[in-house]
Design a protein around this ligand. Sequence first.
Ligand code: ZN
Length: 464
Amino acid sequence: MTIPEIKQQLTLAQVLQYYNLKPDKSLRLHCPFHDDKTPSLQVYYKTHTCYCFSSNCKTHGKSLDVIDFILHKENCTKHEAILKAVEMIGYYEGKIKHRHTSVNNETAKLTISRQQFLHNMFTYFKNAIHNSKPAQEYLQSRCIDFKKTEVGYNAGQFHHGARKDEAMIKQCLQYGLLLDLGLTGRTGDTAYKPFGKWCICFALRNQQNEIVSLYFRSTLSDKEQRHFYLRDRQGLYPNYPKAETRKLILTESIIDAATLLEQDSIKSNYEVLALFGTNGLTEEHTVAVSRLKELEEIIFFLDGDEAGNKAVAKYAPMLKSAYPKVNITNIDVPQGEDVNSLLQGHSPDILAHLITTRKAFDFFLSNEPTENKKEEARLPDWQATPFIEGETLQVPIQNKDDCLQTTQAASVATATIQPNTTGLDTNNPYNLQYQGTQALYQIKGFRVEQMDSLKITLQIILNA
Ligand SMILES: [Zn+2]
């Protein structure tokens, strides 16, 4: 089939439909080729072309026809885009039942879709967990059970041995699982660098629940480089929330979402969706949430630190203005903790307990003009009025509640003997810390309703 023949038979509308892209009333789309906040891709059905008006876009300045569109969407060569176009024509003619089956066997290897390829790789990584002691130990340290959660391990060996296969290596390079840094191995062959080596990995899925991307989390204690997303990140974790979702919990990380989903009581009552960090509420999250017609509540369960609080302050009003009828609530996560860390040393009940004691997000306080006020509003109750050493505690008292908080905060502050040095630190009521000269003592536990079932954990961490 020649290019003009393809262009005659394949409409732009079909290509967009194939990728589940729906332009708005003014025929604009959120551009799939760059991180697009406002729809900047204009669709022209008459000429079967489109044009991205954003100067941030790699396609900017070029009018895209159906083949260009496929080329950028699949991140492939022109030849592969042509094969894909032929496959689409077959799909729409009904000759091909499934979207991602190729036209004939000869091109099968070339046209195995991104979804199919990543599905295969993820299956391989999942199987690798069973043979890897470091992976199992790491997961155990994060309280993740690989029998409950779909998780894989990348030892960086996937392109060696029996699996060495040209088509496979080509696709690894195409999707970013192998990087060609121009290095040569001992045998004189090109030596590729595996992406996400020594990482556990999780699958990101599209609306059809197909794997469209992978997320890697390092098992090494490297503070700088821990999170790795495959090039051209797409999809959500664990998946697009169910259409009938009423209560949706947003977590800061994928591991946090996995942690919550391992708790049956939480899983059965809430849908969980991971953000990609504190700046990681993406276009795709917004699209997924906008599909939830029965949504009643969005619950933020981000980290108990400044970045987490700031993210809630930023995203809560944004979501409220997009979905005025949806309640926005926030979970007071103890200072310095996150969903996953809470589980280390506590019984899992603490997560359900924190969720039940969630509070409505206070839009009034968050709208206060001064930046300081905003921060204050986001701090958990026991820290509502931060105590600054050497300063007298002066807090404007607006109402009875504030007055109460001030008193509490003051008593907390007096009990705190200079955090980060020696002494007792009660800033986090779920984790009382005593810094002795020999060791750090952490008492973890939390208030339960019945007095007879209070469990605590004592951790003693020797000073380095
Ligand atoms: Zn663009």
